[in-house]
Design a protein around this ligand. Structure first.
Ligand SMILES: C[S@@+](CC[C@H](N)C(=O)[O-])C[C@H]1O[C@@H](n2cnc3c(N)ncnc32)[C@H](O)[C@@H]1O
Length: 296
């Protein structure tokens, strides 16, 4: 039923939020990302799609949107997000693959994908799925890991690193962890039906010594200023892009959200424990507040 799909970086059972964020010294990274999101987020919107939401670290930052659909392949990440965000009509939790999004075309008027594209062996495929889910004019905020960063350039020039930061192909620095070239990401966005509106370079000072020596508030302020050079050059390890969905594509009818991934029917019937497709009778599981659209 699930034809050849790219491999998935599996976070099931992972303590990513605790070990990477809560227990490690990454307050600087978290704060500068918050600034970038604040700068790029539209002033208001109805429905936002957050892809690779993880434990919901960024979700409270999307206050401008009335409702947020959190998508993650890992159900345990979504459970952690539920614990962190609480149960409310504001949040809809969906276990799904970014390569196969279960949404009616043109249903969202905003989307974000933060620290998630770097797990994609087929990034353009994922970006095309995002575009399909968006209405024309919607804003997409994408963060990616930048191979063309200053540290990589210096290491390459001084022959401490074999791969070139200047060439367009991705570099897989660990299994299913990729750094991308800014030009490649912009090309994928443009060929997927986006127009790149603004770029912010983020986390310029992600260096332990600097984080130890310079007071946190000052480092955050410096990064906040440096972010503004992102439209001219991209030399930081992380880049945030805001892109607008272009083209005369579909707008979903009011009330629509999910589509069946088996037959593409888009009026699924909700029961206590599933969404049933009236066309092909496939049952999509709904348990403890999480819709499960993962095709095995
Ligand atoms: C590094 S975490 C980032 C979480 C969150 N965006 C943040 O910045 O804190 C990457 C997330 O992407 C999810 N992910 C990876 N591949 C995915 C895929 N193919 N479809 C959906 N989610 C995926 C993982 O489960 C994980 O929760």
């Amino acid at each position: 039923m699930n034809p050849e799909q790219p491999p998935i970086c599996d976070y099931e059972g992972s303590d990513y939020q605790t070990s990477f964020w809560d227990m490690s010294d990454r307050v600087y990274e978290d704060r500068v990302e918050a600034i970038a999101i604040h700068r790029l987020l539209p002033e208001s919107g109805n429905l936002l799609l957050e892809i690779g939401a993880g434990a919901g670290r960024n979700t409270p930052r999307y206050k401008a949107f009335q409702r947020v659909v959190l998508v993650d392949y890992s159900s345990t990440q979504l459970q952690q997000a539920q614990t962190n965000l609480g149960s409310s009509d504001r949040y809809i939790y969906v276990a799904a693959n970014a390569y196969q999004l279960p949404f009616v075309a043109g249903v969202f008027n905003g989307a974000t994908m933060i620290r998630t594209l770097h797990h994609m062996a087929e990034p353009q495929l994922a970006l095309e799925q995002v575009r399909l889910s968006l209405q024309p004019g919607a804003t997409f905020i994408l963060e990616y890991a930048n191979k063309h960063n200053l540290k990589a350039i210096l290491r390459y020039i001084s022959r401490q690193q074999s791969w070139s930061p200047f060439t367009p192909e991705a570099v897989e620095f660990a299994t299913l962890n990729f750094d991308f070239h800014p030009k490649s990401v912009r090309n994928w966005l443009e060929t997927s039906g986006f127009s790149v509106e603004r770029q912010l370079t983020v986390s310029h000072f992600r260096i332990d010594t600097l984080k130890r020596l310079i007071p946190l508030d000052m480092l955050v302020k410096l990064d906040s200023i440096a972010q503004l050079s992102g439209n001219w050059w991209q030399l930081s390890p992380s880049v945030f892009v805001s892109a607008s969905a272009v083209g005369d594509t579909a707008i979903a009818p009011p009330g629509a959200l999910f589509r069946c991934l088996v037959c593409d029917h888009n009026q699924l019937e909700q029961t206590d424990d599933s969404l049933i497709c009236p066309n092909c009778r496939y049952h999509w599981n709904y348990e403890n507040g999480i819709y499960d659209f993962r095709l095995k």
